[in-house]
Design a protein around this ligand. Structure first.
Ligand SMILES: [Zn+2]
Length: 400
C-alpha cells in the first residue's frame, strides 16, 4: 500500500478528535476520557475483551483515577508486534475546554487551553484501529497504549509493567506537532532539593547571634552560578541545563515572615537535565557542593553554621536512538512515502518515550497537529493532523 491508496476517512478522524477534545480529563482524572476512548474503540469494532486497564495507578504516588488503557489488536499478517502509544491526560489549563472548528483549525474559546496535547494522539489511535478493522488492512500484531498522568511527571509510562505490552519490539508515540518532526531522543532529568536550617535572632538587637538560611541559599546559588552549574551547563565532561524553581519556606510559605528576624529556614527545589544520566547527577551534585561551601561562610557569633539536608534523585532517564535503529528506519520509510523530509530531533523535555525506551521498547515520537500547547492559544492544525493519520496508518501497515 502506498500513501495514495490509504483508505483514510478524514471526516471520521476529525469527528473522533472533536468528540475526544470535548471530554474533560486533566492529569490524574482520566476515567472519563478513558471511557470515551474505550467506547469509540468498541464502536470501531474492537471487541470489549481486547480492551483492559493495568494497575499502574496503584503504584503512582499521587492520586490517579485509573490505570493505563491497553488494547490488543491481533495481526492479520505475521510479524513482530508494534506498539502505538499516546497519553490520555491534558494539562489542568484545559479543564472546561469548548472546542470549535475555525477554518483548518480546532480552537478553544480562549478561556482555556484546548487539549490537542494529547487528544490528537488519542484520536489517531482510535482512527488507526477503526481503519485497520474496517478495511481489513494487513498488519502485524499491534498494541495500543493510552497512558495516564503524562503531564504531571510521566507517571503512567513509568509505572507500567512491560510484560503487559505483549512483547512489542518498537513503539510509535503520538505526541507532537509537525509530522515531519521525528523525536529520536530526549534528555533525562534529576531533581534536587535542600532544607537549610539556620537560627533565628532579632535582626536589630543581635544579628550576630542568628544564622540566616536565606543568606546561605543566596550564596550557594551565586556559587553554583560561578562554578558553571546554573542555567545552561557546558563542561568538558558533559552538557545540560539546570534551574532553581522554588525558593521558599515551610509548607509553601515565604522564606521568613518578618524583616526583623534572621531567617531560620529555607527550602529550595531545582532540577538538572542532560543527555546522560551521569551528567544530570553531576549537575545536581554541583549544587550540593555549592550549598556545602555556602554553609561554611555563614556563622553566628559562636562559629555555628546552618544545618543542611540536600537530596537529589533521578526523575526520568534520557535516551537516544541512532538513525540505524529499526524503529527510526521504519518511521523514516513511512515519512518518505508521504513526501515528508524527516527532521530528527532530540528533545530537551521528557516524554513517555523516555520510559518506554527504558522498559526495553525503542520509541520514536511523531507529530499530529498539536500547536501552542499548554496555553490558551492552543489549537489543532487539521492538515497536520490529517498527515499524522496517514503516517500512523503507514507505520502500522508497511512491510519492513
Ligand atoms: Zn503531550
Amino acid at each position: 500500500m502506498d500513501s495514495f491508496t490509504l483508505p483514510l476517512d478524514v471526516a471520521a478522524a476529525e469527528d473522533h478528535l472533536m468528540r475526544l477534545l470535548s471530554v474533560e480529563g486533566v492529569t490524574g482524572q482520566e476515567a472519563k476520557i478513558a471511557a470515551a476512548v474505550s467506547e469509540a474503540l468498541k464502536k470501531a469494532g474492537v471487541p470489549a475483551s481486547a480492551i483492559r486497564f493495568d494497575d499502574a495507578n496503584k503504584r503512582i504516588p499521587v492520586p490517579t483515577e485509573t490505570g493505563n488503557l491497553i488494547v490488543d489488536l491481533p495481526g492479520t499478517r505475521p510479524g513482530p508486534r508494534l506498539l502505538f502509544s499516546t497519553h490520555l491526560d491534558t494539562v489542568p489549563l484545559c479543564a472546561g475546554a469548548k472546542p470549535r472548528r475555525d477554518g483548518d483549525r480546532i480552537v478553544s474559546d480562549g478561556a482555556t487551553a484546548l487539549g490537542g496535547d494529547n487528544r490528537t494522539g488519542c484520536a489517531i489511535l482510535v482512527m488507526l484501529a477503526e481503519t485497520l478493522l474496517k478495511h481489513k488492512l494487513p498488519h502485524p500484531p499491534i498494541t495500543l497504549l493510552f497512558t495516564v498522568r503524562e503531564e504531571s511527571g510521566l507517571h503512567g509510562a513509568r509505572e507500567l509493567n512491560p510484560a503487559d505490552l505483549g512483547g512489542a519490539v518498537m513503539c510509535i508515540n503520538v505526541d507532537g506537532q509537525d509530522p515531519s518532526d521525528l523525536i529520536v531522543g530526549a534528555v533525562g532529568q534529576e531533581n534536587w532539593e535542600v532544607e537549610i536550617k539556620g537560627k533565628a535572632s532579632h535582626a536589630g538587637v543581635a544579628p550576630e547571634k542568628g544564622i540566616s538560611a536565606t543568606l546561605v541559599g543566596a550564596i550557594a546559588l551565586t556559587e553554583a552560578k560561578r562554578e558553571g552549574w546554573f542555567g545552561k551547563v557546558v563542561k568538558p565532561d558533559g552538557t545540560g541545563t539546570s534551574n532553581v524553581g522554588i525558593f521558599g519556606g515551610k509548607s509553601d510559605k515565604a522564606a521568613g515572615d518578618a524583616t526583623n528576624v534572621v531567617t531560620d529556614y529555607v527550602f529550595i527545589k531545582g532540577e538538572a537535565r542532560s543527555p546522560t544520566s551521569a551528567f544530570a547527577t553531576a549537575i545536581a551534585k554541583g549544587f550540593g557542593q555549592a550549598f556545602e561551601k555556602a554553609k561554611g561562610e555563614v556563622k553566628d557569633h559562636e562559629g555555628e553554621t546552618a544545618i543542611l539536608a540536600f537530596t537529589h534523585k533521578p526523575s526520568y532517564p534520557p535516551f537516544n536512538l541512532d538513525e540505524g535503529s529499526p524503529v527510526v528506519k521504519r518511521a523514516t520509510k513511512a515519512m518518505t512515502m508521504l513526501g515528508l523530509k524527516p527532521n530528527y530531533l532530540f528533545s530537551n523535555g521528557g516524554l513517555d518515550a523516555n520510559w518506554l525506551d527504558k522498559h526495553g521498547i525503542p520509541t520514536v515520537t511523531i507529530g499530529a497537529g498539536q500547536a501552542e500547547i499548554h496555553t490558551i492559544k492552543e489549537y489543532v492544525n487539521l492538515p497536520e493532523f490529517e498527515t499524522g493519520c496517514r503516517l500512523a496508518l503507514l507505520l502500522a501497515t508497511i512491510e519492513d
